[in-house]
Design a protein around this ligand. Sequence first.
Ligand code: IMP
Ligand code: MG
Length: 173
Amino acid sequence: MLTTEEIQTRVAELSSQISTDYKQIASKQKPLLIVGVLRGCFIFLADLTRAMTITHQVDFIALQSYTKANTTGAVELRLDLLSDIAGKHVLIIEDIVDSGYTMRYLLKLIEARQPASVRVCTLLSKPSKRKVKVGLDYIGFKIPNVFVVGYGLDYDNRYRTLANIGRVVLESE
Ligand code: IMP
Ligand code: MG
């Protein structure tokens, strides 16, 4: 669905946009803190942050959503941040925003801890599947309603390390 080259080009653009934007607002007193949502973000985050030209800190959080089993949007915190985020400019890095339940939960959690600002960067977005409205500040690619793997994204914890992004065709389709 997306080739390695297409992904790398877009990641470089996002990285440069983010660097330019945060040069205006981040400072020693109010640093940029990158918050990666495990586990799907890890490859995207590694490429994005290494290309950034602004000083930043990195931390991770792990969430589990049960949207597969039911559509109530139950989300659970599995691993919290180690950093204190008060007064920092937080940029959340996510692999994909689908229903939006995970991001809504995360934004609420982060905003309650008084950061200087919060923005969201997602590699992929499936706008047609959105159940709740969430503001996305940086989007790599908008994709249709298909299940994708590769570049960090998994199906049953497999295929994460594919260099490209491919569509999973289920037997029932
Ligand atoms: P949401 O809460 O429905 O927005 O979905 C959040 C999570 O579902 C993402 O962080 C992914 O882990 C997972 N997810 C949704 N769509 C896909 C996909 O197409 N491939 C792999 N994971 C997905
Ligand atoms: Mg995820």
